[in-house]
Write a new protein. Structure first.
Length: 423
């Protein structure tokens, strides 16, 4: 596969300049930004959609469920239009980067695995966006793979199965839900269709790559299939580094890395009873804490300004999105100024313009639409790109089905608790 396949989607990205330094003496901002929230609706007619990525050109990637059933399709919001990207032949797909994602095919997994976790046990494959179709990517010899985030130079992060089976993934000889994994899955990076695995930390047997920056530096997590600790790591210049933890040992995961090598994710506290969002910078992991009264938190995304978005949850698993900057964590809902009828539930990505995407609860319709939050005290490319969309799409209020799974992005294929409780 040549780079021409991605010309439509990558030409604009290639022209962006990668920052090489940030002034360490940069003065902290005195006031947090204010945000205007745009309701992206549920373009496929169902009750749910989520936005998982946004670039500085205003392209928003995500997925939503259909009006006729609970299946979900990958979506790309661009220039005021939301496009259904379809699938690779199966019923479900999702776009997690602005040009990468994964989809079910029409073929049953010969080992009964359910790597996409939609309950169909169909083969799951990563894809790139082509000019007019989804282009499947290869695995590491196994049956399945998934692609998550992408960078601006044609590289995609995810996980891919090898041909070898891992007995540690079975209990009494049986694979376990929700993924029913039998084959070994390894951290993977694709570049223009070619896949390579990232070496595991010593003692680990499986892992996933969660994100990759424009310098080709990747982050993720690895551990044992059903037992043992999970470790957050950085892959840089051919070397994998354990990022450590906040005192705990069981579950640590890196989720996002910016172009200055700053990383966010979640790490267990001493005793492994809970976990907090972290900022890893220059070899030091800093605890970001939680919003007032909450029990756990998770860092989803960090931009080149060092701003972080994620979730903070109480002990009952009720979560709200946070915005963190210069040592202060704030409820993103408290920064919204345009009187939106949305209550924001999760912030999944923040780009270098400070624009944030995720999903929300529509207090009027009872649906769960995707949102785009743009800084209201300045020009926003994303807001202009989506200006043709209305905040009052025709939505129904039926009960949400299986497509209410934004947590899939962060579900680990390990036998310990997920990065955050599934809602």
């Amino acid at each position: 596969m040549t780079s021409k396949t991605l010309t439509l989607f990558l030409t604009a990205f290639m022209t962006q300049q990668i920052p090489v330094a940030r002034a360490q003496s940069q003065a902290p901002k005195v006031h947090p930004p204010s945000y205007a929230v745009l309701n992206l609706g549920t373009p496929l007619g169902g009750q749910f959609s989520t936005a998982t990525s946004v670039n500085v050109l205003g392209w928003v990637g995500g997925y939503g469920n259909l009006s006729t059933n609970t299946n979900q399709h990958a979506l790309l919001w661009r220039n005021g239009n939301a496009k259904d990207l379809g699938t690779l032949g199966g019923p479900d797909s999702a776009l997690y980067g602005t040009y990468s994602g994964f989809s079910e095919t029409s073929k049953l997994d010969p080992l009964g695995q359910d790597f996409c976790a939609y309950g169909t046990h169909l083969i799951c494959l990563p894809f790139l966006l082509g000019a007019d179709s989804l282009i499947p990517l290869t695995t590491l010899g196994g049956d399945n793979a998934v692609a998550y985030a992408n960078n601006n130079i044609g590289q995609v992060a995810g996980t891919a199965q090898a041909a070898t089976a891992d007995p540690a993934c079975l209990v009494d000889g049986q694979p376990q839900p929700p993924f029913y994994t039998v084959q070994t899955f390894l951290p993977a990076v694709w570049q223009f269709g070619h896949v390579k695995s990232i070496p595991l930390l010593p003692g680990d047997s499986e892992g996933e790559t969660a994100a990759i920056n424009d310098l080709g530096e990747a982050v993720g997590f690895s551990g044992g299939c059903l037992t043992g600790s999970v470790h957050a790591w950085l892959w840089k210049e051919g070397k994998v580094t354990n990022l450590g933890s906040l005192g705990g040992q069981t579950g640590n995961a890196a989720a996002s890395i910016n172009n200055f090598g700053e990383i966010t994710g979640n790490a267990d506290l001493t005793g492994d009873a809970t976990y907090h969002a972290f900022l890893w910078r220059n070899g030091v992991m800093m605890d970001l804490g939680t919003l007032s009264g909450d029990y756990s938190s998770y860092g989803n995304s960090i931009n080149d300004e060092g701003q972080i978005v994620g979730e903070s949850c109480d002990s009952n698993g009720n979560c709200r999105p946070f915005f963190w900057e210069n040592g202060v964590m704030m409820d993103l809902n408290s920064l919204v100024t345009n009187g939106s009828n949305l209550y924001l539930l999760d912030a999944l990505t923040i780009n270098d313009l400070g624009e944030i995407v995720g999903y929300a609860s529509d207090q009027t319709t009872g649906t769960t639409p995707a949102f785009l939050a743009t800084v209201s005290n300045g020009a926003s490319k994303a807001a202009l790109a989506q200006s043709g969309m209305t905040a009052d799409s025709e939505l129904n209020s039926a009960a949400l089905g299986k497509a209410t799974r934004p947590a899939l992005l962060r579900q680990r294929r390990f036998g310990i608790r997920a990065i955050r409780p599934s809602q």
